[in-house]
Design a protein around this ligand. Structure first.
Ligand SMILES: [Zn+2]
Length: 152
């Protein structure tokens, strides 16, 4: 998972290990490391959206649709996290994937009338485009997201 703050996503370069900040409005760009020029892999990482204000900024300003998994806490959702990593690894800059924890941000459960956790919602410019509460396994999340994007 990638660390994220209100400025965007952090991507560590595999070659030189320097930190690169990817703003939410540039999530569609493949991008290269500012120091050594190697391609960054931010487009294939799950964003850990720790706080509510970061979550809102992400879903409202992201340049691509964002699949958000609302969970109680990340540490008890290792299997789901692995499935989300698969979806992120297939994104190629077409969409992004994030996780937000209700344990730290209980207000979001009410904002989105979440009845079950985990719930996955696809956001496009801050708008709820569709949600699901079941796990899809393998490349299921990718197919779900691409289906909704193509339908638009
Ligand atoms: Zn580098």
């Amino acid at each position: 998972m990638s660390d994220v703050n209100e400025q965007g996503m952090l991507s560590y370069c595999r070659a030189c290990e320097s930190k690169n900040r990817i703003p939410f409005n540039k999530l569609h760009r493949k991008g290269n490391c500012a120091r050594c020029g190697m391609p960054l892999r931010h487009v294939s990482q799950v964003m850990h959206l720790v706080w509510e204000d970061i979550f809102w900024r992400c879903v409202r300003t992201a340049s691509v649709p964002v699949l958000i998994a609302f969970v109680h806490d990340v540490s008890s959702e290792k299997e789901l996290e692995a499935e989300l990593e698969v979806a992120a690894s297939c994104a190629f800059g077409d969409y992004a994937v994030g996780i937000v924890e209700l344990e730290r941000n209980p207000g979001l459960a009410n904002d989105f009338k979440l009845k079950e956790l985990p719930t996955m919602i696809l956001f496009k410019q801050g708008v709820d485009m569709g949600r699901l509460v079941q796990r899809l396994g393998g490349k299921g999340f990718e197919m779900y997201v691409r289906g909704l994007i193509d339908y638009q």
